[in-house]
Design a binder for this molecule. Structure first.
Ligand code: ZN
Length: 399
């Protein structure tokens, strides 16, 4: 369960389940290929030297598919519990490092946070126990003892279905353990945050402590990876370094996000927008606009006015595609971007929503409108400036 502002850009729609859209990030194709390859070419032929190649590959394919089904079950488990607490979950995206349920808002009580967070690992654990039960039930205790005491000979007794069960069970068991590491934003970090929140009554402090633990955990994994790479000369270390880097990055990012959302919660766009800005008349030509506005000011976007009404905006982006020699003969009307296309925000929009929208604009400015009148301008760095000026430095992440 990783809350993240990223939208579903590089992902495919799969299907809809319990009114939740299930999407597949393209990075999953890579990890799916890797899993099927390592099982079909390495693990299963090792376990079953007597199997034909086609049996090993088909079993690997089945195991890979069921692996992603169990990741989905983990995320659905978070999502359905969140929904019981009245939190909307529009979609789940399966991606490189597992799943990501887009849980729209934060839990309102420590108890809700705790239950939502622990639901995923409990589902993984239930799948692990279920798989082990299937294997134990089919083999009987003596054969099972043989698998444990002499894996090499015992494994041979397993048919493809039981082989998948054994593998899937152990993977889900590891998944449950890994997710319960108490570093935010892993599930265990959320459980820890819920407990600290409950004890101290301070959600922000709980988030800070849980993210710090998450960052440490990421560094420890990176350290282990480095050790594996240098001391054991194993390339598997690269994989650990990547996961560790990703975790520590996520821990910091999640905290900054939680912090920003918390501070911005009571504000509207009108409270944080820039109200000192100039507009330009539509009669102006592009050459005049470049000389008198673009080069003379650090404003990034200008509302274009006609008869007292704003009809669109211009910025450097609209000027650049035009050949320099055409600037004097071209009017602003010919290059302006209509108000609908310029990402205009409503002045009454909650500032938290605006910060999510602006994340998709780089640091470009957007106009702020109120009853189709431009009343301000806003860009991502304005929000950062607002936070810096209005918060004591010690509480700002990264200081
Ligand atoms: Zn989870």
């Amino acid at each position: 369960m990783v809350p993240d502002g990223r939208s579903a850009r590089s992902s495919l729609h799969l299907f809809t389940l319990f009114e939740i859209e299930i999407r597949l990030d393209l990075s999953v194709m890579f990890i799916f290929g890797l899993i099927v390859y390592s099982l079909g070419a390495g693990v299963f032929p090792d376990w079953h030297p007597q199997w034909q190649a086609v049996t090993a590959w088909l079993t690997a394919l089945g195991a890979g598919l069921l692996f992603f089904a169990s990741l989905l079950a983990h995320e659905l488990s978070h999502s359905l519990v969140a929904r019981r607490y009245g939190i909307r979950v529009p979609r789940i995206t399966l991606f490189l490092f597992g799943g990501m349920a887009e849980i729209e808002s934060e839990a309102e009580t420590p108890a809700a946070e705790f239950t939502i967070a622990i639901a995923g690992p409990l589902m993984s654990l239930a799948i692990a126990i279920g798989c082990m039960f299937v294997v134990a039930n089919a083999l009987g205790t003596t054969a099972l003892e043989q698998v444990v005491s002499d894996p090499e000979r015992g494994m041979e007794a397993l048919n493809p279905l039981l082989t998948i069960s054994l593998w899937l069970g152990s993977v889900n068991f590891m998944l449950a353990i890994f997710n319960m590491v108490p570093g935010f934003p892993l599930d265990g970090g959320r459980v820890a945050r819920a407990i600290i929140w409950r004890v101290t009554g301070d959600r922000m402090r709980a988030t800070r402590q849980a993210s710090t633990a998450g960052k440490w955990f990421g560094w420890i994994i990176m350290g282990l990876g480095l050790w594996e790479l240098l001391a054991l000369k194993s390339l598997g270390g690269l994989w650990l370094i990547l996961i560790g880097w990703f975790l520590s990055h996520l821990a910091t990012q999640s905290y900054v996000q939680a912090f920003t959302q918390r501070i911005l919660e009571p504000l509207k766009v009108r409270d944080i927008m820039r109200t000192h800005f100039e507009s330009v008349p539509v009669e102006m030509n592009v050459g005049e606009f470049v000389d008198d506005c673009l080069l003379k000011s650090n404003q990034m976007l200008w509302p274009v006015m006609e008869g007292g009404r704003c009809i669109g905006t211009v910025s450097l982006d609209e000027v650049l595609p035009l050949p320099v020699e055409d600037r004097q003969s071209t009017g602003l009307r010919q290059i302006l971007r209509s108000l609908d296309d310029s990402g205009a925000l409503d002045a009454d929009m909650p500032a938290t929503d605006a910060s999510n929208v602006l994340a998709g604009y780089g640091d470009g400015a957007v106009p702020v409108v109120q009853s189709s009148e431009v009343v301000g301008l806003l860009r991502g760095s304005d929000i950062l400036k607002w936070l810096t000026i209005n918060q004591p430095p010690s509480s700002i992440p990264g200081r």
